[in-house]
Design a binder for this molecule. Structure first.
Ligand code: SAH
Length: 400
């Protein structure tokens, strides 16, 4: 939506009655409803409120070239603009001093760069950093930067909340609010990239934050395209991991992009009954369908699939579970990522004991299944996905 258009000709901007009035950072934007009911007062400043402008990186490269043409700018300016967005870590158009001042002003009139608000920035003892971003509609989104030797890995969210309802996960406790847009997904990447000092680069992206990425594939794919594009962040697809609860059709759709993304499937149980208890969407999908889709992913892309398995003390961490998992995966080109349960205050699950974890690993290895135990990052900053947002939402509930 472009700012200012409502003031110019309200008659042309009638919205269906069911559209709620829009509200941006405390300013009320009233609309004229199409059934003719009166609008409230229209209040916003001129020039445009930056929050309401589209994020510039929501434009495809072709869109940017068209925009340049419409502004009577040479096409090469589009490339220069991309370069400024992805390579200079500037925080405003005004700082893009390699561009002419008139172009910088024009950009600021038409687009926003980093419009969300950082409402929390936590830094853990191991230098893991977590941002809580507030979007124009008040939605809260978490994203994380992790440091490991030379690796700089970020973890990004694709939805506000989550609709999958995994019983041990904080993200789903409040249900799904909405999908993030492509620009909202990319803003997390750009924000985290800007936390790095000069000379350090993002090396890996894991799409393992809040939400189910494959339930928002239509907005995620254009974002991944910008991450891998030579005129974007130029990250190899093999450095990007998409984690899913296991939506078979969408797994195949991801495979058909022709990109070599890593796929991580959150399995969490070796048989259907237990999996349905832990991952309720399994009821309508079934373990077999998930594994078949993952096998297809390997066939199409040649990429080894990872299976994530959260170890919940005395629930899915028994030797019997490890043996069942070993049988399930021994003939597959697979890798198991064991994740010790990250405690969530509201949830009644215990972390697995160290001896149990070791035994689980040993049994899987006896089946020839490669396995790693995920290192805990940022344990002192509510690192489990959705935890920080959950805390904020609770505070909001108290203060309202
Ligand atoms: N919806 C996707 C991606 C988001 S969750 C998925 O299900 O894969 C990313 C991973 O973190 C998933 O494997 C998820 O099961 C796991 N996870 C969620 N809550 C956790 C917790 N409290 N402790 C450990 N891992 C958790």
């Amino acid at each position: 939506m472009r700012p200012g258009i409502f003031t110019a000709a309200p008659e042309r901007n009638r919205l269906p009655r069911e559209e709620p009035p829009l509200c941006y950072t405390g300013r009320r934007l009233a609309v004229v409803f199409s059934d003719g009911s009166p609008s409230a007062t229209l209040q916003f400043d001129s020039p445009a409120i930056p929050h309401m402008l589209p994020r510039i990186y929501e434009q495809t490269p072709a869109d940017l070239i068209s925009w340049c043409a419409a502004q009577q700018l040479p096409a090469y300016r589009a490339g220069q603009i991309q370069q400024q967005i992805y390579s200079t870590r500037t925080n405003s158009f005004a700082e893009m001093t390699n561009l002419p001042a008139t172009l910088r002003e024009l950009l600021a009139q038409h687009f926003s760069l980093l419009p969300s608000e950082i409402v929390a920035h936590q830094i853990a003892k191991d230098r893991t950093e977590k941002l809580l971003l507030q979007l124009h509609d008040g939605s809260l989104v978490e994203c994380v930067l992790m440091r490991d030797d030379d690796r700089r890995t970020i973890c990004i969210s694709t939805q506000v909340g989550c609709g999958m309802g995994c019983v041990f996960c904080a993200s789903g406790l409040l249900g799904l609010k909405r999908n993030l847009t492509t620009g909202e997904i990319l803003e997390q990447v750009l924000r985290l990239d800007r936390l790095l000092p000069p000379g350090e680069k993002l090396t890996n992206v894991v799409v393992m934050g809040m939400g189910e990425p494959l339930a928002n594939l239509k907005n995620l794919l254009p974002a991944l395209d910008r991450l891998t594009a030579a005129d974007g962040l130029a990250l190899g697809a093999r450095r990007i991991t998409v984690s899913t609860v296991g939506l078979p059709d969408k797994i195949r759709e991801l495979a058909r992009t022709g990109q070599q993304f890593n796929l991580a499937v959150s399995l969490h149980a070796p048989e259907a009954e237990l999996r349905t208890k832990l991952v309720p969407v399994n009821k309508n999908i079934g373990i077999e369908a998930v594994l078949e889709a993952a096998d297809d992913y390997f066939q199409i892309t040649g990429r080894r699939v990872s299976y994530e398995y959260v170890l919940l003390g005395s629930i899915n961490d028994l030797p019997e579970h490890a043996r069942q998992l070993g049988h399930l995966l021994k003939s597959r080109i697979a890798h198991v990522n064991l994740i010790p349960m990250n405690g969530v205050q509201e949830l009644p699950f215990a972390e697995p004991s160290a001896p149990r974890t070791h035994e689980f690993v040993a049994i899987l290895e006896s089946f020839g299944v490669p396995v790693t135990v995920r290192k805990r990052k940022g344990a002192d900053i509510d690192a489990a996905c959705g935890q920080l947002r959950m805390k904020r939402e609770q505070q909001n509930l108290v203060t309202l």
